[in-house]
Design a protein around this ligand. Structure first.
Ligand code: FAD
Length: 486
């Protein structure tokens, strides 16, 4: 029985059997008349995870014959980056780890990236906003002068990545991209005389089209309709924090030495504030704070906003507290308060002198983890499976790890002639990714909670911990390797 099923799958894997009925039959079988278009893989969500997934499947010799559809509610074509100005950057940027870049290189997507808009950085300075204890993450701290500093991560606009993936997808061809169209509902199919679709998800789209999936992949973000269809619970909590993002311009030529860039992150009791390098004298800001402060930061004047950003890296939490409490005049406050600040100007980012118009935005932050990533004919990747606080820059990278693992799981199923949608075939993917993502979610969540403490013995202990990790090189290297995915 198993053997027969395997043979059937091998035969049908190139082209899904279409329900081609003679006119008389059409009249007889009402269900067959409305029969959905059938695909081997249907991916809902054309964000970084969904696009990488379909590219990964098409680029692999083993899976390139699968019949694949990608469904995205936004207009993918309109969302592409076209002739971008070198002085204008999207406010949605991510730090891609070397492991993610390596995967994108392996599938052939990295060569389509506009590399002039990518900024690698080699060091990350992280410090406690209350005690000032500091840790410097770098691969070789000048101990061996012959060793070139290695890249910790690559700052990239999300749009640069998704545009490259779309360009490459077009080159690879033979994928049905359905966009812009929304998934309205997902149900199980029926049994027809030709094919038993009772275990197949049937996706109804807002344009009236119906699509059946041997394997349905949810790459449809934090509120995943695919996850809801699968009946998978996603657990976690809201942080009651918003992440303010903005594209910034720095004074002078920007980020210090040629070829050696430093990212900065300061942990304040309300959440971390990070400034990460973009090419030239540009930078991207991610500032996690309570919703009321986020709302005020978005409403104050440009010069007051710039003062707040500069203050966030330089002034004491008490000074900052006051500046957050006033509705205007932050610039004047900053100018005289910074004169009395003890901040070492060599250890904080360069002064911010401008913010790109329209680039200040905020996103509510939450932690969520689905109970499982797989079910009968369903798999989840990226934010559909897990949503993480951005303080360690891991969300998109976790999604790339999921994609690499799921593509190799599907490859293994195709190679052995197994049903790519069966729970048995998909289990390897869940086993590979769940525990790893869970550990990262736990560490990042604890870090957020640890640094949200503003006073008491915890503050002293965490500073000791930070100093210890900074001094014990192998321990620091261990954390860096985990964060870099190597
Ligand atoms: C402030 C901030 C900073 C961050 N910084 C970093 C960082 O430095 N590094 C990092 O690795 N990560 C970072 N992240 C996380 C990262 O942005 C996300 O993890 C990543 O974008 C998730 O990608 P995804 O493709 O899984 O989901 P999404 O990007 O959410 O894509 C889901 C797609 O599904 C589509 N969709 C949803 N519902 C439907 C439907 N019903 N029908 C059709 N289509 C649908 C959506 O339109 C969307 O395009 C950050 C996040 C925030 C908020």
């Amino acid at each position: 029985m198993q053997y027969r099923a395997t043979l059937w799958l091998r035969d049908s894997i190139r082209t899904i059997p279409k329900l081609q009925l003679r006119p008389t039959q059409r009249c007889r079988y009402a269900t067959a008349i409305d029969s959905p278009e059938l695909f081997d893989v249907v991916c809902v969500g054309g964000g970084p995870a969904g696009l990488s997934l379909v590219v990964g499947l098409r680029a692999s010799k083993t899976t390139s014959n699968l019949k694949i559809a990608l469904i995205e509610s936004l207009d993918l074509d309109k969302g592409r980056m076209r002739n971008p100005s070198p002085d204008v950057y999207s406010n949605r940027c991510s730090s891609l780890t070397p492991a993610s870049v390596r995967y994108l290189q392996e599938i052939g997507a990295w060569s389509h990236i506009d590399i002039s808009r990518v900024q690698p950085y080699q060091e990350m300075q992280v410090w406690d906003g209350i005690t000032g204890s500091r840790i410097a993450f770098d691969w070789e701290v000048n101990t061996r002068r012959d060793v070139q500093p290695s890249t910790i991560a690559y700052m990239i606009e999300n749009q640069n990545l998704t545009t490259a993936l779309q360009t490459y997808l077009e080159k690879l061809g033979d994928i049905t991209v359905i966009s812009p169209v929304r998934v309205d509902s997902i149900d199980l199919g029926n049994s027809t005389p030709e094919l038993d679709l009772r275990s197949w998800p049937i996706i109804s789209l807002s344009n009236g089209r119906r699509i059946g999936a041997r394997l349905l992949i949810g790459a449809d973000g934090a509120n995943s309709p695919v996850r809801t269809f699968a009946g998978t619970t996603s657990r976690g909590w809201d942080y009651n924090r918003h992440g303010i993002v903005a594209t910034l311009k720095l004074s002078g030529s920007g980020w210090g030495g040629e070829g050696y860039k430093i990212a900065y992150q300061r942990f304040l009791p309300t959440g971390p504030v990070a400034m990460l390098p973009l090419p030239g004298n540009m930078a991207t800001l991610v500032w996690s704070t309570v919703p009321e402060r986020a709302a005020r930061l978005k409403s104050i004047s440009k010069c007051d906003f710039l003062a707040m950003v500069n203050a966030a890296f330089r002034l004491s939490p008490v000074d900052l507290e006051y500046m957050h409490s006033v509705s205007s005049g932050q610039q004047e406050e900053f100018e005289w308060r910074v004169k009395h600040s003890a901040a070492d100007s060599t250890k904080v980012p360069m002064e911010v002198v401008d913010v790109q118009d329209g680039s200040i935005a905020s996103f509510p932050l939450k932690m969520r983890h689905a109970d499982t990533y797989t079910g009968e004919r369903v798999a989840l990747v990226g934010d559909a499976a897990h949503t993480i606080h951005p303080l360690a820059g891991q969300g998109l990278n976790q999604g790339q790890g999921d994609v690499a693992a799921l593509v190799s799981t599907i490859q293994a199923a195709v190679e052995t002639g197994a049903d790519i949608g069966s729970t048995l075939s998909l289990e390897a993917y869940n086993a590979k990714r769940y525990a790893e993502n869970n550990a990262m979610l736990g560490v990042v969540d604890k870090l957020h909670k640890l640094y949200a403490v503003g006073s008491g013995p915890i503050v002293g202990l965490r500073s000791l911990g930070l100093k210890a990790v900074n001094e014990i090189r192998p321990l620091k290297k261990f954390f860096m390797k985990k964060a870099a995915g190597v």
